[in-house]
Ligand binder design. Structure first.
Ligand SMILES: [Zn+2]
Ligand SMILES: [Zn+2]
Length: 208
């Protein structure tokens, strides 16, 4: 269908548009309504993105309480003995127990990415220990140059700590993106048999 907007550019600068007046007014009215709708939609999107930003910010400061005797929901030993994850559903897992269990459910790429994060963290930790050893041996006077000349007053130690925190965050987002017992993983695993083939073979060995 030919629209008025298609015809208008073909008219000369001095052409009389009396015959189109009604149609032009209708088009302008339509455009006005559409413009108002779009503006309302944009305001809704802006409001939604602000709410999401606020939620993300408040997520960083969310906390929970743990009893001193609270046990890891995987291995059953006290959870505060080492690094752990506490989920809003109150399930709590040691970081290494969770990683080991999650590796059974993650894709090969995700496992490789998590292993890479762990390797980088170990490297950074070794570098940090070296830096601290140098500073300690000089009685706190040594200044270790930073990796990049543009980092200004940031010293090597905080640069390494920052890099370690980034790797840790990346690792957490892969391994602890959801609770092992309440997330999609548990729902997907309901179709898997309770007894694995290896366990069946082990049980067969005990048959009398
Ligand atoms: Zn554990
Ligand atoms: Zn849970």
């Amino acid at each position: 269908m030919l629209r008025l907007e298609d015809v208008l550019p073909l008219l000369g600068d001095f052409a009389s548009v009396d015959a189109f007046r009604e149609a032009m007014c209708a088009v302008l009215r339509d455009n006005g309504v559409r413009h108002a709708d779009m503006r309302r939609e944009m305001e809704d999107f802006t409001e939604a993105s602000e709410r999401i930003r606020y939620d993300c910010k408040s997520l960083q400061n969310r906390y929970g309480y743990l009893g001193s005797e609270q046990a890891c929901d995987i291995c059953g030993t006290p959870v505060q003995s080492r690094a752990f994850f506490l989920f809003p559903c109150t399930h709590v897992f040691h970081s290494d127990c969770m990683a080991a269990e999650m590796k059974l459910h993650l894709s090969t790429e995700q496992i490789a990415a998590a292993a890479d994060c762990e390797r980088r963290q170990q490297q950074l930790l070794r570098q940090l220990q070296d830096v601290r050893a140098v500073v300690a041996s000089s009685g706190g006077l040594a200044k270790v140059p930073t990796g990049s000349s543009s980092s200004g007053g940031t010293d090597k130690e905080s640069e390494l700590l920052q890099a370690m925190a980034e790797q840790r965050q990346k690792f957490d987002s892969i391994v602890a993106s959801q609770c092992l017992f309440c997330g999609d993983i548990m729902i997907a695993s309901t179709s898997q048999p309770f007894v694995t083939t290896d366990e069946e073979k082990a049980a067969a060995l005990w048959k009398i």
